[in-house]
Design a protein around this ligand. Structure first.
Ligand code: BJW
Ligand code: ZN
Length: 289
């Protein structure tokens, strides 16, 4: 049984999760570090480039891997945040209710790292693609704001933004560039605690954001999946939705993921190296009649 069999996956999701059952129509073209000869490598990259250049509309899903080359740790895998910290202690509403100072300390530490980070060639390649003029939606699970810093504009932040805060009592939300030395547990004018405006486990994603993301996934010609372990739902269902709607799906990741076997092209490598190779500044294609 493969790692993406619906039986093994459905056991870790609440029954209400809309898992799409998909079987690969044909084996995806893989570009692995070990097996790809230079010739295959070149032709797979050329195929990806051609699909991207020809596409009238493109949607992209990014995850922590795209910011790794900017020095921001990922969550899973070697050096990932969840190797050192337990999500239930720091990234859950229960953890915040129990110990808001501890949670804020962790977020202030992450803010400090992110404040010192710069977008990398992967972020910049995606911004360049959007600037090419076609219909383009960038769906990110990242909360670091680096896509905007790179120049991307049509961004959907599925898991919120680390530079924003929300009141736990009145839901008031605003940008808040709290300095790392600022007093912990900031408060809203209503007296409620302000929390990072990010989505923790067990919390719903902003409805407008997930609705727009689903629409983009189901109405694009090419769907790019970059630097995500494709494990966290509902974001992880977006590539499946794009496939089911007929998009060509290209994955870029250092490692194989549960989604790799379903992608039309699964490219193994760093986003900062591969994205600039498959994204040339493309001429905006003529709309199809
Ligand atoms: C590179 C690279 C390079 C490295 N180049 N590649 C059982 C109990 C409770 C909940 C659930 C449950 N079962 C399922 C759930 C649902 C849960 C879920 O999916 N859990 C799974 C883990 C099993 N989902 C939720 O709870 C979501 N909410 C929800 O479902 O609500 C339902 C609801 C409805 C109505 C009412 C109430 C509820 C919410 C999920 C929120 C996720 N939050 C976090 C933290 C955000 C805030 C913060 O940053 O502090 O989001 S967790 C973390 O995971 C973060 C990420 O956005 C997310 C995804 O991770 P990502 O981006 O994929 O990173 P990694 O580290 O996993 O992978 C990096 C990848 O990059 C790897 O593949 C590397 O190989 C690769 N890579 N360097 C290319 N240079
Ligand atoms: Zn308030």
């Amino acid at each position: 049984m493969g790692p993406f069999c619906s039986a093994s996956l459905s056991s870790c999701f609440p029954a209400s999760f809309p898992l799409l059952k998909l079987t690969p129509l044909f084996p995806p073209l893989r570009l692995t570090r070990l097996s790809a000869t230079n010739q295959i490598r070149v032709s797979v990259l050329a195929q990806a480039r051609e699909w991207i250049e020809d596409a009238q509309s493109i949607a992209v899903l990014t995850g922590a891997g795209i910011s790794a080359e900017s020095g921001i740790p990922t969550f899973r895998g070697p050096g990932g945040l969840w190797k050192t910290f337990r999500p239930e202690d720091l990234a859950s509403p229960e953890a915040f209710a129990r110990d808001p100072k501890l949670v804020w300390e962790w977020y202030l530490w992450r803010r400090e790292r992110i404040a010192a980070a710069e977008p990398n060639p992967g972020h910049r390649a995606l911004a360049k693609l959007e600037a090419g003029g076609r219909q383009f939606t960038l769906i990110t699970q990242n909360v670091d704001g680096l896509h905007r810093a790179a120049g991307s504009r049509n961004i959907i932040e599925l898991h919120g933004n680390l530079w924003r805060v929300r009141c736990v009592d009145c839901d008031f939300e605003q940008e808040y560039r709290l300095a790392p030395s600022a007093p912990l547990s900031p408060r809203c004018s209503c007296g409620g605690l302000l929390r990072p405006a990010v989505v923790w486990f067990g919390e719903p994603l902003p409805v407008a954001a997930i609705d727009r993301a689903i629409h983009a996934a189901q109405h694009c010609v090419v769907f790019l999946v970059c630097g995500t372990s494709a494990l966290v739902y509902p974001a992880a269902a977006l590539p499946q939705r794009a496939l089911a709607a007929g998009a060509r799906v290209i994955e870029v990741n250092l490692e194989e993921t549960p989604f790799s076997q379903f992608a039309h092209l699964s490219l193994r490598g760093k986003c900062g190296e591969l994205l600039p190779q498959i994204i040339h500044v493309p001429p905006c294609p003529e709309p199809r009649k």
